[in-house]
Design a protein around this ligand. Structure first.
Ligand SMILES: Nc1ncnc2c1ncn2[C@@H]1O[C@H](COP(=O)(O)OP(=O)(O)OP(=O)(O)O)[C@@H](O)[C@H]1O
Length: 659
């Protein structure tokens, strides 16, 4: 599929879409999630583009929603579905569903709907879905302690585009390489030619590095997963709760994710935690160890009576020897015990292993009081521990990055499937909430709705009375005031729109004749001036003459008489109805002038009626299902009838005039 041939895709959008792995597939499948991964394409825009692509794919000329009222009802239907999604993505994705007159498109969505109707939207799945969102590509990863080096201009350019996270440097010889090794902790050389060159520092010759970017920058995949960790976890939960088939081992993915912190660092590794704590607590542990030794030594000294020969004392004083010598001579064992305690404390507190011997040297054998650590040894210990910690972190990062890099595609598929499930569940919930069923879509004009209940009425859905209504050609719908004529047109329009979207309709059962356009004209408020009236008449003129067998339409019109005076209106409506009948179109014209219209028409017109079954406590009791071929009696007539029943001759006479 040529990208620019899709309606709504210009040169700039096409360029953005080319950044995707397989833009043609994303377009032809209407994959909003994939399309919105293109730079600068929002989900709303992606839905618009997908709609264009779907239309192109199915040769759909569009134009189904031919009037503002039809578009309003499409939007109302869409909102009912969108309210039932959990994710924003799901709501946008639903916008790719639109009413179409092309059977292949309708059938495609019907297949999706059939799948959707088997789904069960349990609270646990919905809860898990609330954490799912499309994965984002962290574009800002920068790694400064590593660089790539090459002597070849082409490799240089390839490296820059393959691994943009690190600097790429041009090197001609070993001297330049050595310079780089002094500036960076690690230099990855891309040219085989440098193999064997002896340079101090962490210099690796890896000619294949560009093929495995994760080995050079494990941060790439780690940041990706860290940034998207919650969404992937939620997608894992969705798969578990909904029992979806997973593209990878969910437990392995979950445990790899558990090892990542939000910032992409490694967690949950005991050895790394031990080393990190040792570095952090080193100073505190050293001074605590000193205190342990000194407390012990002080207590030992306090308990001891030191006896010293006079000559010895003299000799010590003459030599200028301090108390240390006395300590050495008289309290050597106590000192050794105190230092041992300090050493043990340090090793235990920091849980040292490889560096234990070094740590023990932090407290000297030569007696001093107070006992003091050797700063030089502690510094070396710090360096050693820090280096071991960093090595361990890098090693763990690499290992987790390797593990995650291999499931990156699967994670994407996992999230996409979860988001797609949200769309299916919205349809399932819509069907459950409104007791909707998939309609039969035929090539006969008209419709046959049984037990239709409009979710758009101003009464709670459970109070909506079911309506049965069948129309095969063109008919006038009469009815008592507030009997539900407009509501019936709304129901017919909604059912027709949903059926052409490939979705279930709120009815026990329904047959809908496939059409290319739905013309629903709502009631206009007040009489139109001459200009507006002429425009309306022209619209109907065009509509009537454009109807052909290969472009079938359904026309729904609510009280066209409101646009002009009653006499003229009846004549005009009669003329439109006759023309539509001749062209075998289907239509329902709601009117209070049914009798006048029939009279004005040359052909036989059918009239249906929403009948009042009587007055109960001054309130009309209405049969909401139009009765075929019966003109509805008016409300005034019913009231006169009621008064006549009460026995007054005047009303009986009046009633006769109605008949
Ligand atoms: N199927 C139904 N179930 C329950 N209530 C309904 C149903 N249809 C209509 N109603 C109620 O009747 C009210 C009037 O309906 P509607 O406006 O469709 O009547 P109408 O015949 O077009 O009125 P008008 O004579 O003013 O043109 C609605 O607002 C709704 O409250």
């Amino acid at each position: 599929m040529e990208l620019e041939s899709v309606p709504g895709v210009g040169a700039k959008t096409a360029e953005a879409l080319r950044e995707l792995d397989d833009p043609e597939r994303a377009l032809s499948e209407g994959d909003v999630a994939a399309l919105s991964r293109a730079p600068g394409i929002s989900e709303g825009r992606a839905a618009h583009i997908a709609r264009g692509a779907i239309r192109a794919e199915h040769d759909d000329p569009g134009g189904f929603a031919a009037t503002p009222r039809t578009r309003e009802l499409y939007e109302a239907a869409l909102s009912l579905l969108q309210e039932r999604t959990v994710t924003d993505y799901g709501a946008k994705r639903l916008e790719t569903l639109y009413p179409s007159g092309v059977r292949s498109r309708i059938d495609e969505v019907r297949a999706f709907t059939e799948r959707a109707l088997e789904r069960e939207p349990t609270p646990a799945v919905c809860e898990a879905l609330s954490g799912v969102e499309p994965l984002v590509e962290p574009g800002d990863v920068r790694v400064r302690d590593r660089c790539l080096a090459t002597g070849d201009a082409e490799t240089y350019a390839a490296a820059q585009s393959a691994i943009p996270e690190v600097s790429v440097e041009l090197v001609d010889d070993a001297r330049q390489l050595a310079e780089l090794a002094r500036s960076y902790a690690t230099v990855v050389v891309l040219d085989e030619a440098f193999a064997g060159v002896d340079v101090e520092g962490d210099v690796r010759v890896e000619p294949d590095a560009l093929e495995e970017p994760a080995s050079v920058v494990p941060e790439r995949v780690l940041t990706f997963f860290a940034r998207n960790r919650d969404a992937v976890r939620a997608a894992v939960a969705v798969h578990r709760e909904a029992d979806l088939e997973a593209p990878c081992d969910l437990d392995a993915l979950a445990s790899a994710l558990d090892q990542l912190d939000e910032d992409g660092s490694v967690r949950g590794d005991e050895e790394l935690d031990r080393l990190t704590t040792a570095v952090d607590d080193l100073d505190a542990a050293v001074s605590a160890a000193e205190s342990v030794a000194n407390d012990h030594l002080r207590a030992a000294i306090e308990e001891r009576d030191v006896t010293i020969e006079g000559t010895d004392l003299l000799s010590l004083v003459e030599r200028g020897a301090g108390v240390d010598s006395l300590l050495d001579r008289e309290l050597a064992d106590e000192y050794a015990a105190a230092v041992d305690r300090a050493r043990d404390h340090l090793v235990d507190a920091l849980q040292l292993r490889d560096t234990e011997a070094m740590a023990r040297r932090a407290f000297p054998d030569e007696p001093t009081y107070p006992v003091e650590h050797e700063e030089r040894v502690v510094s070396r210990l710090r360096e050693e521990l820090t280096a071991t910690r960093d090595r361990r972190a890098t090693q763990r990062k690499r290992a987790i990055a390797d593990e995650l890099a291999s499931v990156r595609g699967a994670a994407q598929a996992l999230v996409d499937a979860a988001l797609e499930l949200d769309v299916e569940l919205a349809v399932a919930r819509f069907a459950a909430d409104f007791e909707a069923t998939l309609p039969e879509l035929t090539d006969e004009p008209g419709f046959d709705i049984e037990g239709g209940r409009s979710p758009l009425l101003d009464v709670p859905f459970e109070d909506v009375e079911p309506v049965d209504y069948r129309v095969d050609g063109v008919t006038v719908l009469s009815g008592v005031n507030s009997g539900g004529k407009t509501s019936t047109l709304d129901l017919v329009a909604l059912v027709t729109i949903l059926a052409h979207m490939g979705l279930p309709v709120p009815a026990e059962s329904a047959r809908v004749g496939r059409i290319s356009e739905l013309h629903y004209h709502a009631k206009t408020q007040g009489t139109l001036d001459a200009g507006a009236f002429e425009t309306t008449l022209r619209d109907f003129g065009e509509l009537v003459t454009d109807v052909t067998a290969d472009r079938p339409v359904l026309v729904l019109v609510d009280e066209l008489e409101s646009i002009t005076e009653p006499g003229a209106a009846a004549t005009i409506i009669a003329g439109i109805l006759e023309s539509l009948t001749e062209r075998e179109a289907a239509g329902v014209f709601v009117s209070h002038l049914a009798e006048d219209i029939v009279e004005a028409a040359d052909a036989d017109l059918s009239v249906d009626g929403i009948q009042a079954e009587g007055l109960v406590d001054g309130e009309l009791r209405v049969n909401r299902s139009p009765v075929k071929g019966e003109l509805a009696r008016s409300t005034p007539e019913l009231i006169v009838e009621k008064l006549a029943e009460d026995g007054d001759g005047f009303y009986a006479g009046l009633l006769e005039k109605f008949e």
